[in-house]
Design a protein around this ligand. Structure first.
Ligand code: MN
Length: 238
């Protein structure tokens, strides 16, 4: 059976004035998709009008981590703790989500990816956990990327629980999070402080799941998230 092509979103960034703009993506995503049996193809920011063709060529979509999302896209004004935003990437990835939903292409959102999924479908974000939720856990963990620093409890019967179990310790490298979930997205995972850590499309017609942590940096059950999106891609084309 041919392996599913997985479109993997990336950013375009110029590190300094003298540096050329480069398409960038953490290679850990590539490794995780390959281990799960997919063929990763990097999808850098293009015009929104290109999204439907990219999605039509893909068996699955993985939305990767990265910059903050421009709050104007969810009807808020920028707070003082907002980080770097990338308008071209925002518009591109939102168009990818719309195309994936229309075409039913399985979608896994990671970190920024859960936030893109939510904003694209009409949800909102916490712009900065530390300043907006005093007393919350430290979601920008001090340890390395493969260390697990807080627990997430998953809703019984959810896709996330089927993969991760009723609860799991995860890594945490984010300062933003889902605030109001978009229509159609079910919240399926919470950190002990109430921060939303996973969402998924509530109907059977589209396999879409977002996680706030970085499973591509972890092993064990976390690799199952990539296995699951590849399995959904195979199921769709059977
Ligand atoms: Mn977290």
């Amino acid at each position: 059976m041919p392996r599913p092509i997985v479109a993997v979103s990336a950013t375009t960034r110029q590190e300094s004035a003298s540096d050329p703009a480069r398409v960038r993506l953490n290679a850990a995503y590539i490794d995780a998709i390959r281990r799960a049996g997919g063929i990763p193809l990097v999808a850098p920011p293009l015009e929104a009008a290109d999204a439907a063709e990219v999605i039509a060529a893909a068996g699955a979509l993985v939305l990767t981590g990265g910059e903050d999302i421009d709050p104007v896209l969810y009807g808020a004004s920028p707070g003082s703790q907002l980080g770097r935003v990338t308008a071209a990437r925002d518009h591109w990835e939102i168009a990818l989500v719309h195309a994936a939903r229309e075409q039913g292409v399985p979608t896994l959102g990671v970190c920024r990816g859960i936030q893109v999924l939510n904003v694209a479908l009409g949800g909102t974000l916490i712009q900065d956990i530390a300043s907006e939720r005093p007393g919350a856990l430290q979601h920008e963990q001090a340890g390395g990327r493969a260390e697990r620093s807080h627990r997430v409890a998953f809703s019984a019967g959810s896709r996330a629980a089927a993969i991760m179990g009723p609860a799991a310790d995860v890594n945490s490298m984010h300062h933003q999070a889902v605030l109001d979930a978009a229509p159609g997205l079910a919240v399926t995972g919470h950190a002990p402080d109430g921060i939303i850590e996973s969402v998924e499309w509530s109907g059977p017609e589209w396999w879409a799941l977002g996680v706030q942590w970085h499973p591509e940096e972890l092993d064990g059950r976390d690799a199952g998230l990539f296995d699951a999106v590849i399995a959904a891609a195979r199921e769709r084309t059977r």
